[in-house]
Design a protein around this ligand. Structure first.
Ligand SMILES: [Cu+2]
Length: 445
């Protein structure tokens, strides 16, 4: 199997490897497919209805529980799954109960929970309840606080929730492999006394990275820094579900990170407040106003804001984290006059086109003309089609769609926002010499 690096280096030597983009029509289908994912299992019936706004895990789901003698019982199954990052990219991953991330566990401060864990993997596992205060023997560190859960075995964890906040669960056994293949999930605990400020929409997004090299179908867990896919709830844009809200609603987005990088999460159009995380909702005096917040590895953060009408990008600000399969360490073609080279290469590679001289966008144009197929099971580097053209995004990107007069609890994708013409950037000239802009004189000019 040719490695991504070798493949892209080889393609790059011919000027081809920088961007792998697919047809505009395929991108459009992918985007249209996103709302369908919203029809996935919905949040479980909240125990004391009205006590809290149930968390919504975009592209994910919430695990129903059984109430037995006053104890909330959950059952997690660690297993291999077939996972689709976006149409065109599937892989064998590991997760819980048929998905990565595993289903969100949701409970209320003061609840006693009993969690069964069945291991259907080929190796031992354990579950660590990340950030949750509990007896040492329930902490889930294989070898340290318990025996490993061997293949086929079921263990039970039981503890009382004496806190609230945004927490996680993940294996503490062969962590590099089990996390690298997608084993992780949210454990949300709502405050018993209610929120100090009401929450109308409560979203949860898990950040992760995957070494799914082009042409392969299983993430490589041994990779430390060169990842191919960067995901929100194990999906890449344009398959990431939009976050929907009515204008004026108070929205919370809970982020958690078990990837190998820190992610500066940026929201357009709003100043959000960072109001809590692993340690629960902070006192108001500790809230911070930001437009970008780093979610460090192993950390959770709660971002809250009052929704403003529009379509607003929500993304990681590491620019490579909003791309899909990417080449690294390849020659840079920008500004290189490739005339003449293409003809020579075409003698060896029929149909070859030189690209990249003026930037990476021209790859998309050629792809739209059907001239540039990518490797099997590999997503375009950047895609997604908006109302005004290609979005040129991938990975950790989604859209917060805020509209007037949306019914409470209506999470259906409302389509694209229609800005007033007077409030939309527009073309005033196609002439490069237009106007008399101030410009710095060139050295030697
Ligand atoms: Cu990032």
């Amino acid at each position: 199997m040719i490695s991504r690096r070798k493949l892209l280096s080889a393609l790059s030597a011919t000027g081809l490897g920088v961007g792998l983009m697919r047809s505009a029509s395929a991108q459009h289908e992918q985007h249209q497919a996103a709302p369908a994912a919203a029809a996935a299992p919905s949040p479980s019936a909240a125990p004391a209805a009205g006590a809290y706004t149930p968390v919504r895990t975009p592209n994910g789901w919430t695990l129903p529980h059984r109430l037995k003698d006053g104890v909330k019982e959950f059952h997690l199954v660690a297993e291999e799954i077939e996972h689709e990052f976006a149409p065109g990219s599937k892989a064998k991953c590991w997760g819980y109960n048929g998905s990565t991330p595993g289903p969100t566990l949701e409970a209320v401060e003061g609840d006693r929970v009993r969690i069964y864990v069945t291991n259907r993997l080929g190796e031992a596992t354990s579950v660590h309840w990340h950030g949750i205060l509990l007896p040492s023997g329930m902490d889930g560190v294989g070898g340290l606080s318990q025996r490993h859960i061997q293949p086929g075995e079921t263990y039970v964890y039981e503890f009382t929730l004496n806190q609230h906040g945004t927490h996680m669960y993940h294996p503490h056994a062969d962590e590099m492999t089990q996390l690298g293949l997608g084993m992780m999930g949210f454990f949300i605990i709502h405050p018993k006394a209610g929120e100090i400020e009401r929450i109308d929409r409560d979203y949860a997004i898990m950040l992760h990275n995957w070494a799914l090299h082009p042409g392969t179908s299983r993430p490589d867990p041994s990779i430390m820094s060169e990842f191919d896919l960067w995901t929100f709830n194990s999906k890449v844009f344009p398959a990431t579900e939009s976050l929907v809200a009515a204008s004026g609603e108070r929205v919370r987005i809970r982020f958690a990170n078990v990837s190998m990088w820190n992610h500066p999460i940026h929201l357009h159009g709003h100043r959000f407040e960072v109001t809590g995380g692993d340690s629960g909702r902070w006192p108001r005096t500790q809230w911070r106003r930001e437009v970008t917040e780093i979610i460090a590895v192993g950390q959770t953060r709660d971002l809250e804001f009052t929704a403003v009408p529009g379509d607003w990008a929500l993304h990681c600000h590491m620019s490579h984290h909003t791309m899909n399969a990417m080449g690294h360490g390849i020659p840079n073609p920008i500004g290189v006059d490739q005339r003449g080279v293409a003809e020579q290469v075409r003698e060896l590679l029929p149909g070859y086109m030189a690209m990249g001289e003026h930037g990476m966008s021209e790859h998309g144009e050629h792809v739209a003309m059907g001239m540039l197929p990518g490797p099997d099971n590999t997503l375009p580097m950047a895609s997604g089609e908006g109302p005004y053209g290609p979005l040129e995004m991938g990975g950790m990107f989604t859209v917060v769609k805020v509209r007037e007069n949306l019914a409470r609890g209506d999470y259906r994708d409302p389509g694209w926002y229609r800005s007033r013409p007077a409030e939309t950037a527009r073309r005033v000239s196609s002439e490069p010499d237009f106007g008399k802009p101030y410009r710095r004189a060139r050295a030697g000019a």
